[in-house]
Design a protein around this ligand. Structure first.
Ligand SMILES: [Zn+2]
Length: 455
């Protein structure tokens, strides 16, 4: 897995919500909605009249919100996001091409020979080989990386970094990838040597444990390498976030902010970590450029990830996907090496020189599994959306925050597109969910007191 795939998986599983900032929101309608208690109807159920359907039409309200992003802005976001569909395939093909080059040129076998010359112990040959392999793949995929992460982001006006700043982040990510790959692959190859026939089963267990450790360590050791994290300044909005957290049984005493504006204009918040390292963080873009309604709506969603145990559910799903992936690798490796092993000087599955075969196969697997991994993530995200609406009671704040995604995530895809390519529900789905929630809460005093409908 490339560092970007690892980062993306971690981000998805930790429930990161990336939202792009549009224009600065007006601050005046941002005072918290009054906390008026809802009057409870006391008539016995059989005497209650059926509740009349509100006149508010959620479909029309959704269309009205979506119409706020139109013309160039809509075209840009559609084209940015649709380009991403192609890049999934390009990344997969690039992995295959890099692996083919390393294998057929004999470079992979030569890297193994170097490792064998340095040490006779098979255990230590693996980290030496992996070190060279990560450097080689990083160099070979660098042009594609620069295009995808730097030039393309700039072309769509999404990046705040110059090349030196971008390259510094890239170098840090490379360092993290190197350390994580060396440790993880050394352990996995030990498992392969210990149980060459059943390595895929034990390998899954080991990978899930390693992933859990990484998820725990990331907020403490990895995220601060890229951004500065600090407690959110004392303010009414912080109090509101903390009371929302406490009301939902989330044991946090602090909320963190981080300086994401140094990288991009996207607003984001996330719940990251596991066990003792769980924390709620929101970025400075969200803080500075969104209304309190939007902030509370987004944080309600993030708290949903925590309360609904999405970290554990996500890791469980991740384990199942990895199990299938390893079975595919086990079958694919043996099938390919039977035919080409002679050309590559690779014979056995425990030979580190066969790592490029795994690299290519995992690339192909994750391209093919895109609808599955996205559906797992999107389903959890949809649950967090519903939780956030119920907890924060800010359907309009959630709708306008969702619109801010509109700069980099196509707002209104076809259902098939959403099924295959969306790791979060689309803008239309999310806003419709918020408007449906609003339609059925219009008689509640706090919702009545909220912003006028967009119709
Ligand atoms: Zn989320």
């Amino acid at each position: 897995m490339s560092w970007r795939q690892v980062a993306a998986t971690v981000a998805i599983l930790c429930g990161a919500l990336f939202v792009t900032v549009g224009t600065a929101a007006a601050q005046k309608d941002l005072r918290p909605a009054p906390l008026t208690p809802v009057t409870v109807q006391t008539l016995p159920a059989h005497k209650q009249a059926a509740r009349p359907l509100p006149t508010f039409d959620p479909q029309k309200a959704t269309n009205a919100y979506l119409a706020r992003v139109s013309g160039e802005a809509r075209k840009n976001s559609d084209s940015y996001f649709e380009g991403g569909y192609v890049l999934i395939l390009v990344d997969g093909l690039c992995a295959v091409a890099v692996a083919a080059l390393l294998l057929w040129s004999g470079f992979s076998a030569r890297m193994r020979s170097v490792a064998q010359r340095i040490t006779r112990m098979r255990f230590w040959q693996v980290p030496i080989y992996v070190l060279m392999f990560v450097v080689a793949t990083t160099v070979l995929t660098f042009p594609l990386n620069v295009y995808e992460d730097f030039f393309r982001e700039h072309a769509y006006g999404l990046s705040n970094q110059n090349f030196a700043q971008w390259f510094q982040d890239f170098a840090i990510a490379f360092g993290v990838q190197l350390v994580v790959s060396v440790i993880a692959l050394t352990i996995i190859y030990s498992v392969i040597r210990a149980t060459p026939r059943r390595w895929w089963a034990w390998g899954t267990v080991v990978t899930v444990i390693l992933f859990g450790c990484f998820a725990m360590a990331a907020p403490v050791f990895v995220s601060p390498l890229f951004n500065h994290y600090y407690p959110l300044a004392e303010s009414p909005i912080k109090e509101r976030i903390l009371s929302l957290a406490k009301a939902n049984g989330i044991p946090v005493d602090n909320v963190y902010e981080f300086d994401a504006s140094k990288q991009s204009k996207r607003i984001s918040a996330n719940v990251s970590g596991l066990f003792g390292t769980t924390r709620i963080s929101l970025n400075d873009n969200l803080m500075n450029r969104s209304s309190p309604r939007e902030i509370v709506a987004v944080l309600g969603h993030e708290m949903g990830h925590y309360v609904l145990s999405h970290a554990f559910i996500g890791i469980t799903w991740f384990g199942l996907v990895i199990l299938v992936a390893f079975l595919f690798l086990n079958w694919g490796f043996r099938a390919l090496v039977d035919v080409f092993g002679g050309n590559w000087d690779v014979r056995n599955i425990d030979d580190p020189a066969g790592l490029p075969v795994f690299y290519a196969l995992i690339g192909i697997f994750f391209v093919l599994a895109t609808p599955v991994t996205n559906t797992i993530s999107r389903t959890l995200e949809a649950q967090a959306d519903i939780f956030g609406l119920n907890a924060a009671r800010q359907p309009d704040g959630f709708a306008t925050a969702t619109l801010k995604l509109g700069e980099y995530r196509k707002l209104d895809p076809t259902p098939l597109e959403e099924f295959v390519f969306y790791d979060h529900p689309s803008g239309r789905t999310r806003i419709f969910g918020a408007m449906r929630w609003k339609a059925w809460h219009l008689n509640d005093p706090d919702i009545k007191a909220g912003p006028v409908s967009p119709q």
